[in-house]
Design a protein around this ligand. Structure first.
Ligand code: PLP
Length: 404
């Protein structure tokens, strides 16, 4: 197409979800064409069971854990709920006196809301870990909370990397502190998988949540990696699948697809991170060159993919509403987000930015731009071409409504 402009939108929202890999689709379709419940005893059932167990072994080997530690779930949300609620209820039901949770205040709602449910409905207590201005939960903050609460704590939960601002947490340090105090450590690694090396066997966590659709796997499937010494109370009851922790017929096609996605995410992580960092840095620098009043949330050092997620850019544009920017960019063929997808449409400033000390007015003008395997320089160019016009119109719109 000489001199033409592609009509395909520039998709810069891969943290919300990313496209399924062709190899994943192939694996899912192959299994969908087969008959068999992995819990049945006849030949078809045994075939389905073989696929599930081979997938479990493959995922365990890619993550450096034992196959028996891999519990299949319906995704990141369920894994987080199992870790938080399941562990808290284990202590409640066994009367251990451990009724307190130590949780970072910048978790995804899949962790925050179960915690708040336990507080409101079951009188759980919570000690919140507040981040610094870059969104980091320091080991000093966790050490102070453990010194005060370790004897009553059921669980520490700190995400591996933040889904909005991309800050990577010092999980190995935090897990080792929790271990020293005898408190299990859970980390939501949904955004970290595929972007950072996840050496789960070395990091010392007790529970790790993962999701398929953020890495090119199917939607509606994920994993809770749970150490053999962890006994969260099951949240669903029925057939007793998955170590009695998660009843329900196993989704063989999705599990087969997930194993392919994890294998590729882990195998390609290093190379992919390098490409993402290059695109991310060009995007951030390009936006700052267009408008120097824009601020970058979280740690950003060009070339670095260890302190900030390689594929995450989070910008705050003064004088704009993020929602206006989102719709104007969407109309111009650029798809992005103002924060986590689960909050879209809820016109409230992000709890993550507020916890980092960002003023409410500044927090309203946020844009999250996230890259993925299919991202190209052309996507970044499309954003940089559309941004000045969108900022101008969003600022005029805010001026017209009088909202500060
Ligand atoms: N945790 C984090 C950090 C996420 O970013 C998400 C999805 O946005 C989830 C949990 C929920 O995962 P799922 O969509 O698989 O339920």
């Amino acid at each position: 197409m000489i001199g033409g402009v592609s009509d395909a939108p520039a998709y810069l929202d891969h943290a919300a979800t990313t496209s399924a890999l062709p190899e994943v689709i192939e694996a899912v379709v192959e299994q969908m064409g087969r008959l068999g419940n992995a819990s049945s005893l006849h030949g078809s059932g045994r075939d389905a069971r073989r696929v599930v167990e081979e997938s479990r072994e493959s995922i365990a080997s890619d993550l450096g854990v034992r196959p028996s530690e891999v519990i299949f779930t319906s995704g990141g949300t369920e894994s987080d709920n199992m870790a938080v609620k399941g562990t808290w209820f284990h202590h409640f039901e066994n009367g251990t006196g451990r009724d307190l949770l130590i949780v970072s205040s910048i978790e995804h709602h899949a962790v925050l809301d179960p915690v708040e449910h336990l507080v409101l409905e079951h009188e759980a207590e919570v000690a919140w870990l507040e981040p610094d201005g870059l969104g980091r939960i320091t080991s000093q903050a966790l050490a102070a909370a453990l010194d005060e609460h370790a004897d009553r704590a059921a669980l520490v939960s700190v995400m591996w990397a933040n889904n909005e601002v991309g800050t990577v947490q010092p999980v190995a340090e935090l897990a080792s502190l929790a271990r020293k105090h005898g408190v299990p450590f859970h980390t939501d690694a949904v955004q970290a998988l595929g972007q950072l090396p996840l050496t789960l066997g070395d990091v010392g966590a007790d529970l790790v949540s993962l999701s398929g659709h953020k890495i090119g796997g199917p939607m509606g499937v994920g994993v809770l990696v749970a150490g053999r010494d962890q006994s969260p109370v099951p949240l669903t009851h029925g057939g007793g699948q998955e170590r009695q922790l998660r009843s329900g017929t196993l989704d063989t096609p999705a599990i087969a697809g997930l194993a392919v996605a994890v294998r590729m995410a882990v195998a390609e992580q290093e190379l992919s991170a390098k490409t993402m960092v290059g695109l991310r840095d060009r995007l951030i620098q390009g936006a700052l060159d267009l408008d120097p009043t824009i601020e970058v949330s979280g740690p950003w050092e060009p070339g670095d993919g260890t302190r900030r997620l390689p594929a995450n850019a989070h910008l705050r544009v003064p004088g704009c509403d993020g929602d206006s920017l989102l719709y104007l960019l969407d109309a111009a063929g650029v798809q992005c987000s103002t924060g986590s997808a689960c909050q879209a449409g809820v016109p409230q400033p992000s709890h993550v930015l507020l916890a980092m000390g960002v003023e409410e007015t500044d927090a309203r003008g946020s844009l999250r731009l996230t890259l993925g395997r299919t991202s190209t320089d052309a996507d970044v160019d499309a954003l940089l071409a559309a941004l000045p016009g969108a900022i101008d119109r969003a600022r005029r719109a805010r001026g017209a409504t009088g909202r500060s």
